[in-house]
Design a protein around this ligand. Sequence first.
Ligand code: HEM
Ligand code: HEM
Length: 230
Amino acid sequence: MKRIKIWDLPTRIFHWSMVCLVVAAFVSVQIGGNAMVWHGRFGVALLGLLAFRLTWGLVGSTYARFMTFVRGPQTILAYLRGQWRGVGHNPLGALSVLGLLSVLVAQGLTGLFANDDIAFQGPYAVLVSTDTSTWITGLHKTNVWLLGFLIATHLGAIAFYARVKHDNLVKPMLLGYKEVEGEEFKSAAGGGWLALLVAVLIGLGAWWLANGGLAERLAPPPPAAAAPLF
Ligand code: HEM
Ligand code: HEM
């Protein structure tokens, strides 16, 4: 047995901040009313965080990279037959990771154009008609079911690994390292300070955009004041 590093600190911070923000988004929408402003803030922060993770998937350390864990159907079948050996996200789990990330991005983006029928609307709802905003709100609400399903599957898989396979996946996601058997497995490498800076800047840029950074510039001009009759 040897101990290797699999999840770098940025990936771990990403995961647990995302969990907190998703919970906060669910709680704030249940409270409703004035808490909707917070729902929007949590959702916008999530979009920034997701942009960070998508960039980190390209420039981050070994096991955080999409190139490392996103595999074709052959590898997924081999995994299902018990013929896959590796560390990090397994080939099937990778599908769940991609699913969770895409569904969360869709949730955040639709939220930007949504409205709550009362006083709150996403920062880009001004760009579309009320009917379109209501339609997009419907998508935002329906997508919640998909998100709930994926989160439940995610937690179910982690419980399955812990109870049936006696493999604790949570500890590495907290501490970063894992005990593995096999000389071929190496600690994660790459994802240095420059990569981190790029990913953080892209995350901050996405947060600024999602927060309505361009809404005023893109919004149609207000209708001209009616000319006086006399
Ligand atoms: C809002 C709920 C959650 C969401 C949306 C979520 C989403 C994700 C995503 C997207 C990943 C991939 C991480 C990456 O590569 O960046 C992941 C991995 C992981 N999550 Fe969660 N997660 C949630 C809750 C939890 C909770 C409550 C736990 C602990 C009980 C947990 C434990 C893990 C573990 C252990 C991994 C690594 C799995 C592996 O080894 O392949 N997650 N999660
Ligand atoms: C990825 C992050 C987000 C999550 C997880 C999330 C989650 C939810 C949930 C669970 C609901 C309630 C659905 C229902 O009642 O059936 C909801 C509604 C809503 N969300 Fe989000 N949301 C997110 C992002 C956003 C963003 C960024 C905004 C706007 C800035 C937004 C604006 C709204 C609005 C206006 C509603 C409708 C509330 C109502 O009609 O009562 N959401 N969202």
